[in-house]
Design a protein around this ligand. Sequence first.
Ligand code: PEP
Ligand code: NA
Ligand code: MN
Length: 623
Amino acid sequence: RRTRLVAELVSDVTAASTAPAAPHGPQQDVRAWVASVAELTQPDEIVWCDGSAEEKQRLIDQMLAAGTLVRLDEEKRPGSYLARSDPDDVARVESRTFICSEREEDAGPTNNWVAPAAMRAELEDVFAGSMRGRTMYVVPFSMGPVGGPISQVGIEITDSPYVVVSLHVMTRVSDEVLRLIDAGQEWVPALHSVGAPLADGATDVPWPCNETKYIVHFPESREIWSYGSGYGGNALLGKKCFALRIASAMARDDGWLAEHMLLIRITSPEQRQYHLAAAFPSACGKTNLAMLQPTIPGWKVETLGDDIVWMRPGPDGTLRAINPEAGFFGVAPGTGVDTNPTAVATFDRDTIFTNVALTDDGDVWWEGLTPEPPAHLIDWRGNDWTPDSGTPAAHPNSRFTVAAAQCPTIADTWEDPAGVPVDAIVFGGRRATNVPLVAQSFGWEHGVFMGATISSERTAAAEGALGELRRDPFAMLPFCGYNMADHWAHWLEVGAGVDESRRPRIFQVNWFRKGDDGRFLWPGFGENSRVVEWIVRQVEAGRGLRDDASVASPVGKLPAPGALDLDGIDVSDDDLAALFEVPTEPWLAEADLTEEFFAQFGDHTPAELRAQLDALRERLAGS
Ligand code: PEP
Ligand code: NA
Ligand code: MN
């Protein structure tokens, strides 16, 4: 344990500076940054973290004593803990998330923007003295295997032991990172405070936080400042803040991609291996697809990641991908033995659960874990609960935090620093109408158009109400660290730089189409393997390994009659036709909405995507 008094550290550093780092110029000295943060936030002590098991256990013991964690039953859920957050600190706060680029148009119309100088002044105000009475932890971490060619490193300063322990699971915490930085590697300074200074002698609450919250990104200087929340997406800064918002800005500048995607390896009955990356908005079944158990014989799916993918054109002409994370921070409700047995097996031990319910025998429960709720629980707020309570036992956004290595279907290559070659990219949304079960793009530009226009209906009740489409381009709406339309232009550029023969094929899927009677037309879950099979066969067709098994429609290539394996499932001919229907009038109306959507981004919308919209309208007019 390397604890040093603040005064000692500060006096070490003669030129402590809060000046922002330049993106490609010389970076701040780590120790000077730590000292300047300590001077600003005034913690009682500073602890440099090394990622060791001993360090994790010490912090867990401390949180057990403080009431932040509850130990679960050692037989039922070994090495596992329950955390209950403040009831007002349970989710990401998009209204308080800012992209503070120098120019407003670089943040784009879909991000909150404040001029960097004004935001820095506000932040210096709220962070002043914010760690009084607390310990400041300095956590060096790597996103991706330490030292890997696609990996990046950062240092999170936090006053939350829950955050440190979660970072141990979700990232690679290691003092090797400090050596890489000393050797000149670029790093991301990520500052976090729960914003709850403790007065002398005052007793702490189990989950300190502040009503005022700031989740701030400075894309040019690659800095993150987060204040007031202890919740995952707001506080584990390696995840959404770094691996998506800051990384997307880095990727734009350096020719790679940082995406909100899962990553799986598929082995065909012929033992050929393919990799698929897929983007879905939150709550569209991303974790389920990441852990898919195929129902069709001879096919195997293995997991590499469930939330974030970094992709870079490789020396061999392929697009190579890593999962930069080391764990899963998954939504618990709806995850059960029936819907995702792989996830259930993953969190059977050594897991931190946040805001789920506690059973009388010291285990966890949430809606959807089992078909029948237990007769009595302690709910996520710590109150007695019975099935008659009329409130959810677990918070709808309650989570499990668990090492990816514990996943029974983890691929043996998931930590390959060089990444895996991506063969297929899939975009999905939640659409009751119009969008077919699966469609292949006519090419890369059309695929980027598909990604840019992903949408979901606002509610199930809004079926057919086209005015209510919620756009979530690339499933990146809350996560793109720069102008969303520039992101589309960047995708066009990256694709053009990958060899045509190895360029991933792009597809769109929709598991959620409904019939006129409101019924889901597709069984989903494990049966989605049938769609994955067709996608893989189309990738093989693109490489001359088999014939193309598609028919053209105005919105993309659809499975040719008989090409989608429906053996052993009950999908009627009428339902199948309805799953792939592309109705002209509603699609023309949707094209008008796409035009309005593109107009929001002005000149930033790439001409190629406007041309794709024109081409879509022409195909619809001719259909
Ligand atoms: C998060 O909020 O930390 C998070 C992982 O978000 P989401 O599940 O919406 O991607
Ligand atoms: Na969330
Ligand atoms: Mn996510």
